[in-house]
Design a protein around this ligand. Structure first.
Ligand code: ADP
Ligand code: AMP
Length: 226
C-alpha cells in the first residue's frame, strides 16, 4: 500500500485589530482541528514573564506600534517548533509586514511546506475602534466577549462555566486602537496584494455577524483542504 503524506495546513488570518481574527481562530480550532498561533498572545506572555524580548516589546505594544520583525520572528520560530503545530496552524496577527511574510515563506520551505490559504477579513475602519475598545476575555479560557455585542451568561459567567473573572487588554483603548489601525494600513494591508499574486488569497465580509463569518471561513477551509 502506498503511503499518503498529508501536509499540515498553514492558514493566515489577515485583518485590522477588531476584525475578528481571534474569535474566528478559536472557532476554527474546534471545527478544523488546527492550532491557533497568535503573535500578540505570545508577545503578551513574554511581557508578563519579563523576558528580554518582552521588555523590549512592552512600550511599542502600549503605543499601538509594531514590534520589531527580529523579536516577532524569534518568538514565532520558537512556537512553530513545538510538536502541536504539526497538525496545522492558524496564524492570527502574523505576518504583519513584508519581511515577516518572506521569513515565513522561508521557514515553511525549509520543511517542505507553504502557506495553504490567506483569509482577508474585510471590515470598515470606524466600527473596529468600538469593537476593540469594548472587548474583554475570560481570564481562564480566553473566550472573547464585548460590552455591546457578546455578553457572558446571566450572572456574569463565562459561557464555558469557567467563572466570572475577565481581562481587558491595556492597549484596547480608543486612542491606541487608532494607532494600531494606522499601522495595519501602512504595513500589513499591502500583504493582501502579496498573497493575491500568489493565488492563495480569499476575502470574507467580516462586517457580518460572527456565525455568518464563521460559515464563510469554514467553506474556504473545507475547499482548500478538500
Ligand atoms: P481581532 O483578533 O481581529 O483583534 P477579536 O476576535 O478579538 O478581533 O474581536 C474584537 C471584538 O469584536 C471582540 O469583542 C469580539 O467579541 C467582537 N467581534 C468579533 N467578530 C465580530 C463580528 N463579526 N461582529 C461583531 N462583533 C464581533
Ligand atoms: P494583537 O494581539 O494581534 O492585537 O497584537 C497586539 C500587539 O502586539 C500589536 O499592536 C503589536 O504591537 C504586537 N504584535 C503582535 N503581532 C505582531 C507582529 N506580527 N508584528 C509586530 N508586532 C506584533
Amino acid at each position: 500500500m502506498s503511503e499518503v503524506t498529508v501536509t499540515p495546513a498553514v492558514l493566515i488570518l489577515l485583518g485590522p485589530p477588531g476584525a475578528g481574527k481571534g474569535t474566528q481562530a478559536r472557532m476554527l480550532e474546534q471545527s478544523a482541528g488546527l492550532v491557533q498561533l497568535s503573535t500578540g498572545d505570545l508577545l503578551r506572555a513574554a511581557v508578563a514573564a519579563g523576558t528580554e524580548a518582552g521588555q523590549q516589546a512592552k512600550a511599542v505594544m502600549e503605543a499601538g506600534g509594531l514590534v520589531s520583525d527580529g523579536i516577532v520572528l524569534a518568538i514565532l520560530k520558537d512556537r512553530m517548533a513545538a510538536p502541536d503545530t504539526a497538525q496545522g496552524v492558524i496564524l492570527d496577527g502574523f505576518p504583519r509586514t513584508a519581511p515577516q511574510a518572506k521569513a515565513l515563506d522561508a521557514l515553511l520551505a525549509a520543511s517542505g511546506q507553504r502557506v495553504t490559504a490567506v483569509i482577508s477579513m474585510e471590515v470598515e475602519d470606524a466600527p473596529m475602534i468600538a469593537r476593540v475598545a469594548g472587548r474583554f476575555t475570560c481570564a481562564t479560557c480566553g473566550e472573547g466577549y464585548h460590552d455591546e455585542y457578546t455578553h457572558p451568561r446571566l450572572g456574569g459567567f463565562c459561557y464555558n462555566w469557567c467563572g466570572t473573572a475577565f481581562n481587558r487588554r491595556a492597549d484596547d483603548t480608543a486612542e491606541t486602537a487608532g494607532a494600531r489601525l494606522a499601522a495595519y494600513h501602512a504595513q500589513t494591508a499591502p500583504l493582501i496584494a502579496y498573497y493575491e499574486g500568489r493565488g492563495v488569497l480569499h476575502r470574507v465580509d467580516a462586517m457580518q455577524g460572527i456565525d455568518m463569518v464563521a460559515g464563510a471561513m469554514s467553506d474556504i477551509v473545507n475547499r482548500v483542504s478538500g
